[in-house]
Design a protein around this ligand. Structure first.
Ligand SMILES: NC(=O)c1ccc[n+]([C@@H]2O[C@H](COP(=O)([O-])OP(=O)(O)OC[C@H]3O[C@@H](n4cnc5c(N)ncnc54)[C@H](OP(=O)(O)O)[C@@H]3O)[C@@H](O)[C@H]2O)c1
Length: 301
């Protein structure tokens, strides 16, 4: 049974956690393991049971929870649930540090930072680069951005969740890099799924092929350093071009052909090959493939 304490019996804690979904519970457990005293709150009852058994104190309301600590870690579903629950206690948060690990867009994080500043709240936004079982292990890292002083004051406590990485004083920086990392991950998944679909269309299993795919993706990820240097220098021949864009774009037709030959209908990498061809048509065939970033950087008029 959960033992929700009456407000008067709550003792001061090092941290308060708002939101005990899968991620919030993992974060709170890792703080307990690191010997922090914690107070937890969740909208619906029951999710605090294991935490309370392990030493957490449970607050009956958000107001009680935020009163119990000066460092408030928020892990709710989305921006709307943050505003709905933190908005009414803004004045109680004055002078405290709020760390928002709820996934946000950069714009949402910047708006929350403005709201926090209006109420004298120290605000740090975060992006969790882990799934719940990774929390508290060396595999997890968490991006933070916003109030540098507040971050520095608590970075040691954040280390309980996973390696803390400060992304910048722009409050939207962690959210931007979080979404950029996920974009890279889904791009890799898109290519891998297309690859596995091709192989599966020709043979009854794909597991035997996966070691080759992993080896190839691993080897090719080594090209990212030079790609980034070329992008930073606006010079897509920097370091020497060994596989020019014209050659790669000419080969890109094969991807449409193999999909058609296998009797399949979808080519997930077609948007990329279209951009490669467009860049060649624009006269950049001698560039490296990183040259395509110029089209991705085109801004809305
Ligand atoms: N799980 C992951 O792999 C992962 C990885 C990286 C980042 N994240 C981010 O972490 C955050 C939490 O994810 P999760 O996996 O813990 O999700 P979850 O298991 O679905 O939990 C959602 C949490 O938000 C609460 N909530 C939702 N709407 C609410 C509202 N209007 N008012 C008060 N509480 C509300 C839920 O309360 P109830 O229990 O009452 O429903 C629950 O505590 C999300 O922003 C997610 O994007 C998750």
């Amino acid at each position: 049974m959960t033992s929700s304490l009456a407000p008067s019996s709550l003792t001061p804690s090092s941290l308060t956690f708002l939101g005990l979904g899968d991620m919030g519970r993992a974060l709170a457990h890792s703080a307990l393991k690191a010997d922090h005293s914690i107070t937890v709150w969740n909208r619906s009852s029951g999710k605090d049971a294991e935490l309370v058994a392990a030493g957490a104190q449970s607050a009956p309301t958000v107001a009680d929870a935020v009163a119990a600590a000066d460092l408030i870690v928020v892990c709710l579903l989305d921006d709307a649930s943050f505003r709905q629950n933190l908005g009414p206690v803004a004045e109680q948060l004055r002078g405290k540090v709020v760390v928002n690990l709820t996934t946000s867009t950069p714009g949402e994080a910047r708006e929350l930072a403005k709201w926090a500043q209006e109420h004298g709240i120290r605000f740090v936004d975060g992006g969790i680069m882990a799934i719940p079982p990774m929390i508290g292990t060396d595999a997890a890292f968490i991006l933070y951005s916003g109030d540098r002083e507040a971050y520095d004051a608590h970075a040691e406590r954040f280390a309980a969740f996973g390696e803390p990485v400060f992304a910048g004083t722009d409050p939207g920086a962690a959210a931007l890099q979080d979404l950029a990392l996920l974009t890279g991950m889904y791009g890799m998944f898109a290519g891998a799924l297309q690859s596995l679909a091709l192989v599966r269309s020709a043979q009854p299993e794909v597991s035997s092929f996966v070691p080759l795919l992993q080896r190839w993706i691993g080897a090719m990820s080594g090209a990212l350093g030079q790609m980034a240097a070329q992008i930073d220098a606006d010079d897509y021949k920097l370091g020497g071009v060994v596989s020019n864009l014209a050659m790669q774009a000419a080969g890109a037709g094969h991807f449409d052909d193999v999909v058609a030959d296998q009797g399949l209908t979808t080519n997930l990498i077609a948007p990329l090959t279209e951009l490669m061809k467009r860049r060649v048509a624009d006269g950049h065939g001698e560039d490296d493939v990183a040259s395509v970033v110029e089209l991705l950087l085109t801004r809305k008029a």
